[in-house]
Design a protein around this ligand. Structure first.
Ligand code: TTP
Ligand code: MG
Length: 359
C-alpha cells in the first residue's frame, strides 16, 4: 500500500524560540546551553552554524569557533508550549501523528480530516499555520514512507519543503550518500565506507544475506531502504516501556555536590517529557557510568505512581547512598519504568490500499 507521509521538523528549534522571545538575539549567532567548563550545546542558530557551531558540541569548542557566540540557557517550558501548539496543528489534519521529539513528527495524511488530496498542499498549509501561530519556521518532507519523508525534510532546510514523489523515490535513494540515510548512524556509515559503500546504489548491490551477516537483523532494514522501501506505519501510540534521560560529561564528576546538580538537570528534562506524555511509573532507576566505562544501576520500585518532582528527587537521592564515587563519573542517567501506558495495536496497517495518489 502506498502512503502519503509528511515529516515536519522545526528549524534550529530551541535557538529560534530564544530569538523570537528576545529581539536582541535576532540575526545573531546564538547557542542554547550553558557556557561553563562542562557545558554542551543543545543547538545553535543558523547564524552560528556558519562558524561550524552545532548541536552536542562542547560550549568551550563553540566559543573558540565563534568568539561572538551568545549563550542562552534552555527554557524547556517555552519549547514544550510550542511543541503542543504544533501538535495541535497536526491533529487538524490527521490523528496519525508520531512525534519523534519536541520539534519533529511524522504524519500519515493518506486519509486526512480535511480530505485534501495533495500531501504537498497539506505540508504547505501546516508550515503556514506554524508560522502564523508561533512566529517560527518549520521544514517539511513529503513522500511515500517515513524513511524518505525524514530525509526529504532536511533537503531544503531551513524554512523549506521538499517532495520525493513515488516515481522519483528509487532514483533519489540511489544517489543518496550513505551518511544521509535515516537509520544509519555514524559508526555504521563508517563500516559501510570501509566496504566500499558510498551511495544508495552501492548499498543496493549488496545482498540481504551479506547485509545480515555483517550487521545482524537490521541488515534487512538496510536492504529495504536501499530500494526506497519502508513499511513501518506512522505509530501514534508508540509503546514505550521506560522513559529516561542521561548526560555524558566532558570532565568526570568527582564530588557529590556536582552529581546532585547534574541529576537535577537530567530530571528537569525527563520530568518535562513525562508530564507532556502523561506518563506515570513505579520504578525509578539511576545509571552511573564511571571513567573506566564500568556501569552500575540502582533502582527503587514503589507500590504507587511516582508523580511529583520532589518524589523523584528524594528517591534518587536515596539511591545515591548506594553509589560509590570512585575515580570519577562520566555519565549519569535517570529512567522511569513500570509505566501506565497500555499497549495499543496500531491498526493503520490494515486500512485499504489506494494506488493512484496526488502528491
Ligand atoms: P534538531 O531538530 O535535531 O535540531 P534543530 O531543530 O535545532 O535544528 P535543525 O532541525 O534546523 O537542523 O533538534 C531539535 C531540538 O532538540 C534542538 O533545537 C535542541 C534539542 N537537541 C538537544 O538538546 N541535543 C541534541 O544533541 C540535538 C541534536 C537536539
Ligand atoms: Mg529541528
Amino acid at each position: 500500500m502506498v502512503r502519503k507521509i509528511i515529516h515536519i521538523d522545526m528549524d534550529a528549534f530551541y535557538a529560534s524560540v530564544e530569538q523570537r522571545d528576545n529581539p536582541d538575539l535576532v540575526g545573531k549567532p546564538v547557542a542554547v546551553g550553558s557556557p561553563g567548563e562542562r557545558g554542551v550545546l543543545t543547538t545553535a542558530s543558523y547564524e552560528a552554524r556558519k562558524y561550524g557551531v552545532k548541536s552536542a558540541m562542547p560550549s568551550k569548542v563553540a566559543a573558540r569557533l565563534c568568539p561572538d557566540l551568545i549563550f542562552v540557557r534552555p527554557r524547556f517550558d517555552a519549547y514544550k508550549e510550542v511543541s503542543n501548539q504544533i501538535r495541535n496543528i497536526f491533529y487538524e489534519y490527521t490523528d496519525l501523528v508520531e512525534p519523534l521529539s519536541l520539534d519533529e513528527a511524522f504524519l500519515d495524511v493518506t486519509h486526512n480530516k480535511k480530505e485534501i488530496p495533495s500531501a504537498t498542499m497539506i505540508a504547505r498549509e501546516i508550515r503556514e499555520n506554524i508560522k502564523s501561530q508561533t512566529q517560527l519556521t518549520a521544514s517539511a518532507g513529503i513522500s511515500i514512507n517515513k524513511f524518505l519523508a525524514k530525509i526529504a525534510s532536511d533537503v531544503n532546510k531551513p524554512d523549506g519543503l521538499f517532495l520525493i514523489p513515488p516515481e522519483k523515490a528509487v532514483e533519489f535513494v540511489e544517489n543518496l550518500l550513505i551518511e544521509k540515510f535515516f537509520g544509519i548512524g555514524r559508526v555504521t556509515a563508517k563500516k559501510m565506507h570501509e566496504m566500499g559503500i558510498k551511495t544508495g546504489l552501492d548499498l543496493k548491490k549488496v545482498s540481504e544475506t551479506d547485509l545480515r551477516k555483517k550487521f545482524g537483523k537490521i541488515g534487512s532494514y538496510y536492504f529495504q531502504i536501499a530500494r526506497a522501501e519502508d513499511h513501518r506505519a506512522v505509530n501514534p501510540h508508540r509503546i514505550c516501556k521506560s522513559m529516561g534521560a542521561e548526560n555524558t560529561f566532558i570532565k568526570d564528576l568527582v564530588d557529590m555536590h556536582d552529581i546532585k546538580i547534574e541529576l537535577a538537570n537530567i530530571l528537569e528534562i525527563l520530568y518535562g517529557r513525562i508530564k507532556k506524555s502523561n506518563t506515570k511509573g513505579k520504578t525509578l532507576t539511576i545509571k552511573v557510568k564511571y571513567s573506566d566505562f564500568q556501569q552500575i544501576t540502582r533502582s527503587k520500585t514503589l507500590n504507587n505512581w511516582i508523580e511529583d518532582k520532589s518524589q523523584f528527587k528524594s528517591i534518587y537521592e536515596d539511591l545515591l547512598n548506594h553509589v560509590e564515587i570512585r575515580n570519577g563519573i562520566r555519565l549519569l542517567g535517570i529512567t522511569l519504568s513500570h509505566l501506565n501506558h497500555e499497549e495499543v495495536e496500531n491498526k493503520a496497517e490494515s486500512s485499504g490500499s489506494q494506488l493512484i495518489l496526488d502528491f
